[in-house]
Ligand binder design. Sequence first.
Ligand code: GAL
Length: 808
Amino acid sequence: MKLSSALLFIFLIFVQYSFSQNRIVKELDSNWKFQKGDFQNANAINFDDSKWETVTVPHDWAIKGPFNKEIDKQTVAIVQNGEEVASEKTGRTGSLPHIGTAWYRNKFTVPTYKKGKKVILLFEGAMSEPQIYVNGKKVGEWAYGYSYFYFDVSDFVTEGENTLAVQLTNKAFASRWYPGAGLYRKVSVIVKNKESVNQWGTFITTPFISDTEAKVNIKTKTSGENTHLVTTIFDAEGNQLETNKTTEQFGHEFEQNIKVENPKLWSPESPYLYTAKTELYVGNELKDEVSTRFGIREIKYEAATGFSLNGKVTKFKGVCLHHDLGPLGAAVNKAALRRQLTILKDMGCNAVRSSHNMPSIEQLELCDEMGFLFLAESFDEWKKPKVENGYHRFFDEYAEKDIVNLVQATRNHPSIVMWSSGNEVPDQWGAEGVKRAKWLQDIFHREDPTRPVTVGMDQVKAVMESGFGALLDVPGLNYRVHLYEEAFEKFPQGFILGSETASTVSSRGIYKFPVVQEKMKQYDDFQSSSYDLEACSWSNVPDEDFVLQDDKPWVIGEFVWTGFDYLGEPTPYDEMWPSRSSYFGISDLAGLPKDRFYLYRSRWNTKDETLHILPHWNWEGREGEVTPVFVYTNYNSAELFVNGKSMGVQKKNNATPQNRYRLMWMDVKYEPGTLKVIAFDENGNPAAEKELKTAEKPYKIVLNPDKKTLKADGKDLSYVEVSVVDKFGNFCPKATNQLKFKVTGNGSFKVACNGDATSLELFHLPTMKLFSGKLVVTVESTTKVGEIQLEVTGKGLKKGKLNLTSVD
Ligand code: GAL
């Protein structure tokens, strides 16, 4: 090696080293000690936690149950649902043991920490009312369980071992759904120099975009005395583009404008991401370095045309999502979120609303990467209560702080195209509420002048009168399809968003007769029919929204309630036990698509063919009885055959909303055998066909994973769909066999879920009954690479075996 290259090598190592010296981000994920209950002195350094459970974070202390109806039993009238008389309700928050106080303790060291450095302790969510202690001393507290927050703990940490203790308290009657419990999102320690970029101190916007160039505006807030800032932009392939150096700052804020030539624009179809690397200097000394991903995209909301992205009018084909991940509870997991988004992408969905609270950072990262528009919401309550111990307790003290943190922590995500300051807040009534709506919207505008603000409104008449709806950037209507026209006339914005739509209820694979449209329909088995004709007193079936979306150019899209079933809110069975999770999902709690999935897919996914028949064709005992057949398809017409006999051709038509979007044969009489549908193209030629056969006895277990290769990081998941078929390979739609799961090798059994809202079987135990012939087993990787085997057995059934691989 020549001297000069040796010196260069040493220099590079030094630069590398000093980079890593400048900013260390350490996720506190392992070796947490956890105990439910309240303890005197649990914050003390030498408190004996040796008998406490050892857990990893993210962690949800309640998800392992057991389910118990007493946990959230309450006698209440749910006013938002139009109830006037109180009645006994169970399962509203999932009937999981999330109420009470618990402690988490973690001992950590920061490798290169020296006194004089700045240390930040960052929580991305803590459910709820966290009290934070470092080395025995209280560093701060927060209230709202969904907020991101941080504390500067520079004066609390030492160079050796540090003790972090967190107390969390969940009150009863604090939520309208399962909120989860514990440190359910990431906790990190960030060590940096005094002269450094502030936490969430970078704000990137793209105020000018043309075919040939984009202006990238970067504002950077810093602390400590420094001399200059250098920002370099990289494309998605890692190629260095432009660099800008500036010494000019006002009140510790730098502002840079950097040109990107021939910009590749971010969109759901092409989610292209750039990275800005920001370096902060004192003289020649590099003091801090921060990388921020961003997208170049233009959003506009205009009267008549509505929402446009990069100059193209785009409708929101969106879903609302609660934050729980079904059997994983609230504990955030990126593989689980990625799977949800993959399922939604296949449906043709292009947007997500984080109802009714701050989304996880992981979900936003994935939406940036996979291409989803995002409506980030903050609150379900303002100052007027919905539930006894809801957010109204914190509103005055925290609302502004919570919004500031939401915006500052997430504003660089190109996926976010709208904020929401609230959902169906009772403050829609009265003059005070109008002022609050304005106050909150102004805070969003102050923190981010580039995105509009909405509120999901259900009191449409009231907000038309009071001015509440008129002052919003985007008027969002929850349901109330009959009031869209009037709201459009009365509101000045020139467009309406379906901020929440449908709330149709169904249970996967369950069909009820006769097939009629119903509201709040209840059955003895506490299930809802998958003919997709049942909704709530305040809501409607999907087709009624489709009419508005298609016929009114000023309706800018919809967010369906909900993409997936979630824990809690078991309407229409709020008063029945056992029933502990929702029926609203397009897919069930296990992530398995219900029939409705294909109805949305047939209109939202414009690239792929959809041809789906319902119901299943196993109706022993219904021989000769009327058993209507529906087909959800993107084709306009189709012919149905029962055992080769034509049931006629159906064509979509405008007679009713259902006739417009579904093909329906209402008079079919059941006979076992084969249902076959042939779909026709525009010219009337056969274009596609599908068959469904009556299955014989359950014979064999079939395993179908969403992925076969996992990352050996101890967090990755494979979701394995388990179903039962007869000896000819026909799916058995009514099978309810009790199955057992065994995982060997370098993986472990994580959870199972069958999507049955009435099941009290525990998710983390390796046995469960099939529901409508299916369930999903989730396998988790370990940190070791190698083979993983899953074996699923059931009495009298040929077992299912699957090999997975875990890699670096
Ligand atoms: C809405 C509400 C949602 C959910 C839904 C059920 O009114 O915003 O949180 O409760 O009803 O239909």
